[in-house]
Design a protein around this ligand. Structure first.
Ligand code: ASP
Length: 414
C-alpha cells in the first residue's frame, strides 16, 4: 500500500481537487490510502469560530462563511450535488448544535470537536467526487482507526489500540480516503494531533499498515534549504537522512510535521516529498541513507515568537529547582520551548506565541518569579552553518539571543 498525503493548499480549490484525481490516476493498479487535510484555510476559519465562541462573540457569520466556501466547491465539482450538500449542512448543524449544548468543557476539548469538521468535510467531498468520476474508493473515519488519549489539541497516539483497529481494516477497496490530523479516544471523543498534524497521521497509518512508502504532495519541489517565501537563494535536497529530517522539523521546518519521521524510520518506510503540480518530478526522498548534502546549510525561520526572561524575586541564583518549576508551567500549558539560555540570575526562553495561553503563562510565572518579555521576535535556526551565511542572514537585524553548537546556530532577532 502507498500512503499519500494532500495538505490544505493542494485541495484549496476546484483545480486542486481535480489535480488530486489526476495524481491518483497515475497509480491505477496500486492500493492507495489517501490522507487529506481540511481544504484551504478552513482549519483557521474553524479556529476562529472557537475563539469567537469562547470570547462570547457572534460566530454564526463565520460558520456561514465556512459553509459557503465548501458549497462553492461542491457546486463546481458535482453533477448531482444533493447528497453531498446534505452532508455539508449536517456538519454545519453539528457545529451549531455542539456549541449550543456545551456546558463546562475546556477550550482544548471544544476546539477539537469543532476543528475536526474541516477534515471530515474535505474527505467527504473528495471521496464523493472521486466516486462520481468513476474512481471507486472507500471513505474511512480516521477517528475509528487512530486511537489516542484525551490530550485535546495534542493527542498522544495509543499505538496498540491503533494497530489493533487497523488490523481489522478489510482490504476491500484499492483506494481509501481518510482524514489527517484527527483521532478518537476510547470513549469516542474527537481529538487532534497538533496543528499541521496530517503528515503525522499519514505516518501513523503507514507504520501500522506496513506501507511501501509515504508521499507528501506539496506546493514546493521538495524539501528546500530555505523557505522560498522568505529567501531568494535556496536549493532542493534530493535526499535527506531520517535523522537530519527530524532535526530540521524539530527546529521548525514546516515542510513536514516534526512527529512524522519517527514512525517511518522505525519501520524503514521511505518518505517522499513531491510537488503536486509536477508529480513526475523526483522531489526529495527521506530514508535511511546518509545525509548527502551536508555542505548545504538549511535555514529555518520561526516568526511570532515570545522571548521571556525570568529571574528570581529575591535576587538569588536561578537554580535547578527554579528551572524545574518553570518547565512544569510550560508542560502544564503544553508549550514547547524552542531555545533557552540561563545565567546566574536569569533564565531566558523562546516559545511560540499562543494568544490563548499567554495570560495564564505570564500569571503562573509571576507567582514565583520576576518576568520580562519581548513579543513578536523571530528565531532563526541554521543547520550546518558557516560564518558567511550567519553574516548574510543577520544583516540589519538586532540579535537578542544567540546559541551556537557544532552543527546548529539558533539566533533570536528583532
Ligand atoms: N488542517 C490541519 C491544520 O491546518 C492539519 C493539517 O493541515 O495538517 O493544522
Amino acid at each position: 500500500m502507498l500512503v499519500f498525503k494532500f495538505g490544505g493548499a493542494s485541495v484549496k480549490d476546484v483545480e486542486g481537487v481535480m489535480n488530486l484525481k489526476s495524481i491518483i490516476q497515475l497509480y491505477e493498479n496500486q492500493a492507495i490510502l489517501v490522507v487529506v487535510s481540511a481544504m484551504g484555510k478552513m482549519t483557521n476559519a474553524l479556529e476562529e469560530v472557537v475563539k469567537l465562541f469562547y470570547k462570547k462573540e457572534e460566530y454564526t457569520a463565520k460558520i456561514l462563511e465556512i459553509e459557503n466556501y465548501h458549497q462553492a466547491l461542491i457546486d463546481a465539482l458535482f453533477q448531482d450535488k444533493t447528497e453531498i450538500t446534505t452532508s455539508l449542512k449536517t456538519h454545519m448543524q453539528m457545529i451549531n448544535d455542539y456549541l449550543e449544548s456545551i456546558d463546562k468543557q475546556k477550550y482544548d476539548e471544544i476546539y477539537d470537536q469543532i476543528i475536526s469538521h474541516g477534515e471530515l468535510l474535505s474527505t467527504l467531498i473528495i471521496s464523493n467526487y472521486l466516486n462520481q468520476e468513476g474512481i471507486k474508493n472507500r471513505w474511512l473515519d480516521a477517528r475509528k482507526y487512530i486511537k489516542t488519549d484525551s490530550t485535546f489539541r495534542e493527542a498522544k497516539v495509543n499505538w496498540d489500540a491503533t494497530q489493533s483497529s487497523l488490523d481489522l481494516l478489510e482490504p476491500n477497496a484499492n483506494l481509501f480516503i481518510t482524514q489527517g490530523f484527527i483521532g478518537g479516544t476510547s470513549d469516542n471523543k474527537t481529538t487532534t494531533l497538533g496543528r499541521e498534524g496530517s503528515d503525522y497521521s499519514a505516518s501513523i497509518l503507514a507504520h501500522c499498515l506496513n506501507a511501501e512508502s509515504v508521499t507528501i504532495w506539496k506546493d514546493v519541489p521538495g524539501v528546500l534549504s530555505a523557505d522560498p517565501r522568505l529567501f531568494t537563494e535556496y536549493q532542493k535536497f534530493d535526499q535527506l537522512s531520517y535523522s537530519e529530517a527530524v532535526e530540521m522539523t524539530y527546529y521548525g521546518a514546516t515542510v513536514i510535521h516534526p512527529k512524522t519521521i519517527k514512525p517511518l524510520q522505525n519501520s524503514n518506510i521511505p518518505l517522499f516529498v513531491k510537488p503536486f503540480l509536477h508529480p513526475e518530478e523526483a522531489g526529495t526522498v527521506i530514508n535511511d541513507g546518509e545525509f548527502l548534502q551536508k555542505n548545504i546549510p538549511a535555514i529555518i525561520v520561526k516568526n511570532n515568537q515570545l522571548l521571556i526572561s525570568i529571574s528570581t524575586k529575591d535576587f538569588s541564583f536561578i537554580s535547578e529547582l527554579n528551572i524545574s518549576h518553570i518547565y512544569e508551567i510550560f508542560a502544564k500549558l503544553n508549550l514547547k520551548c524552542n531555545v533557552s539560555q540561563n545565567s546566574a540570575l536569569s533564565f531566558t526562553v523562546c516559545l511560540d506565541f499562543d494568544e490563548m495561553k499567554f495570560e495564564e503563562l505570564i500569571k503562573s510565572l509571576e507567582t514565583l518569579f520576576k518576568v520580562k518579555y519581548n513579543e513578536n521576535v523571530s528565531l532563526y535556526t541554521i543547520r550546518h552553518y558557516d560564518a558567511n551565511i550567519l553574516q548574510k542572514i543577520l544583516e540589519g537585524k538586532i540579535v537578542i539571543l544567540e546559541q551556537l553548537s557544532r552543527s546548529t546556530a539558533q539566533i533570536v532577532v528583532k
